[in-house]
Write a protein that binds this ligand. Structure first.
Ligand SMILES: [Zn+2]
Length: 274
């Protein structure tokens, strides 16, 4: 079974109150949360997980929920170039989900094998009114998908047989997908936005690392919140609770260091895993 190396790729920032990701806790604390992706390499295959935000979704310097943002396809290309890669070198692109800030560079990789959950396509093509108002999905994405030559949709959990396992984790979207990655160090889990940041899975955390590498104080969730902290972008709380339970069993240990989330700054700071 292959061992993989993981590199976290920096695709830009979305400056937002922490409270937006965790039920209003620390509404007054504003951070440059990251757009990020992950490059997985086993010496033979280059796998890219998520492709950031498209520049057209940043209007007058603001993106989703009116938050100040920087990013775009240039960031994805630069992050790959920094690893000595160009889009044609990517063999497989996997999507944790198809939101505008995770699939913005989809059209950059027409020749790669592209993998996402079947139910994610359903959500993309049939967004709820609330999802349309917030423009969670980019109206460009359905058209971009037609440019891809090799799409494999999976329906549920799937063992790739090469040290990568895919797990369906709905709640934030219908077809959320986590990727368990076997490395020399142990099993990491790439979660996408289920959760967005580690505190949703680990409500009692008291510190969070920010982009300059320093650690800041954050407020642990009161006991009444229970085992997980939800947010306003979880559309199905029952599914999300099950997904959080499932995620808690997927990594080497139930410890934040094994969970590579969609928007945590520490992942970009540490950068290399496995
Ligand atoms: Zn999302």
């Amino acid at each position: 079974m292959n061992n993989w190396k993981i590199t976290c790729l920096f695709y830009g920032t979305l400056t937002a109150p922490k409270g937006i990701f965790c039920a209003g806790i620390d509404e007054d604390k504003v951070f440059p949360f990251v757009y990020s992706g992950f490059l997985l390499q086993d010496g033979k295959t280059n796998v890219l997980v998520d492709t950031g935000v498209h520049q057209d979704n940043i209007i007058d310097g603001k993106a989703w929920a009116g938050c100040p943002a920087v990013g775009g396809n240039r960031y994805v290309l630069d992050a790959l170039a920094a690893e000595g890669l160009k889009p044609g070198d990517i063999d497989v692109v996997m999507y944790t989900h198809l939101h505008n800030d995770h699939a913005g560079g989809l059209a950059l990789f027409p020749d790669a094998l592209t993998i996402f959950q079947k139910d994610e396509l359903t959500n993309l093509l049939n967004p709820l009114p609330s999802q349309k108002i917030r423009r969670d999905y980019d109206p460009r994405t359905p058209g971009d998908l037609k440019l891809l030559k090799n799409i494999r949709m999976v329906d549920g959990d799937f063992d790739m047989g090469n040290g990568l396992k895919l797990f369906k984790v709905p709640g934030h979207t219908l077809g959320g997908m986590a990727i368990q990655v076997k490395t020399e160090e142990g099993k990491y889990v790439i979660t996408g936005d289920m959760p967005h940041i580690a505190v949703s899975l680990f409500p009692k955390l008291e510190k969070m690392q920010v982009l300059d590498g320093s650690w800041v104080d954050i407020t642990p969730a009161p006991d009444i919140y229970g085992p997980y902290v939800f947010n306003g972008v979880i559309y199905d709380h029952y599914a999300a609770f099950d997904s959080f339970n499932k995620l808690s069993l997927l990594a080497e240990e139930f410890d934040p260091k094994w969970y590579l989330t969609g928007h945590d700054m520490w992942c970009v700071v540490k950068k290399h895993f496995g």
